[in-house]
Design a protein around this ligand. Structure first.
Ligand code: MLT
Length: 260
């Protein structure tokens, strides 16, 4: 049976989306399909218990020093000097064990938009791999207290009705599609985008759609084609990294967000 839910679900991209989520003090769902918001839930599935997400590389390094974490992340899509892991979900999924269960993480865009959403009541890392689980979690969180949900494609050129090559917009729409399946009311603009995506998906797999995006092309050039297939696995995991606006202030006064 479908539930008819009257929560406000907005899709707003880029830094404006993170700031809106923070101002609304509701639920921010941060979406960086390729690859940060795929890597983090997959690492949790593989045994990382807690993530500290940092905006800057030096903040991630300082987190390692102050909180004795391992280091994960990238700049220019590549693993950084001294880091234990890059930002490849395939690499992380193939790992059999980690030295520590707590990780500091930074990435070029996704991590920044996550830190920008500090102030939201809950911050959730959402992607194609955990879309249905993210929606289930949001429904649990809003059962007794209706909260605005802001889905934030961390880098987007806007609606796919205007531009089809931004993977975070596509990931955000696959999450809204899961909200639609459980009876959530969505605005007409979002419904139009979902319809267009569904039309594309009659002819193309999610992997093919991601391969054609700008960032997909960059990852292919850098030899990370396998990651694109991995990131396209709809509902592969039930892991939902969540932070109850749990922020740690480093000795340099910068903030990192803790996800469980
Ligand atoms: C980012 O945060 O910009 C991405 O996750 C980059 C990447 O693919 O590693």
């Amino acid at each position: 049976m479908l539930l008819v839910l009257y929560l406000e679900v907005l899709v707003r991209g880029n830094i404006e989306g993170s700031k809106l989520a923070s101002n609304k003090e509701g639920i921010a769902i941060l979406v960086d399909v390729l690859r940060a918001s795929t890597t983090i839930p997959i690492a949790m599935q593989k045994g990382i218990r807690k993530f500290y997400v940092a905006k800057e590389v030096e903040d991630a390094r300082l987190t390692k020093k102050e909180l004795e974490t391992i280091l994960m992340g990238e700049r220019g899509c590549l693993k950084l000097p001294g880091f234990d892991y890059g930002n490849s979900p395939t690499e992380i999924f193939n790992e059999t064990s980690f030295d520590k269960e707590v990780a500091a993480f930074t990435s070029s865009t996704g991590a920044k938009r996550i830190v920008d959403a500090i102030g939201s009541k809950y911050l959730i890392i959402g992607s194609i791999v955990n879309a249905a689980a993210v929606v289930k979690k949001c429904i649990e969180l809003t059962t007794n207290s209706p909260l605005t949900i802001v889905i934030v494609p961390t880098f987007t050129h806007g609606p796919i009705t205007d531009n089809t090559v931004t993977e975070d917009q596509i990931g955000a729409l696959l999450i809204t599609q899961e909200f639609k399946k459980v009876g959530m009311k969505l605005d007409s603009k979002t419904l139009k985008e979902i319809k267009l995506l569904e039309e594309h998906m009659k002819n193309l797999s999610i992997e093919e759609i991601l391969l054609a995006t700008d960032h997909g092309q960059k990852l292919i050039d850098l030899g990370f084609t396998k990651d694109i297939e991995f990131c396209s696995r709809l509902n592969f995991t039930s892991k939902v990294p969540i932070s109850e606006n749990n922020v740690y202030e480093l000795s340099n006064r910068n903030k990192v967000v803790a996800f469980l």
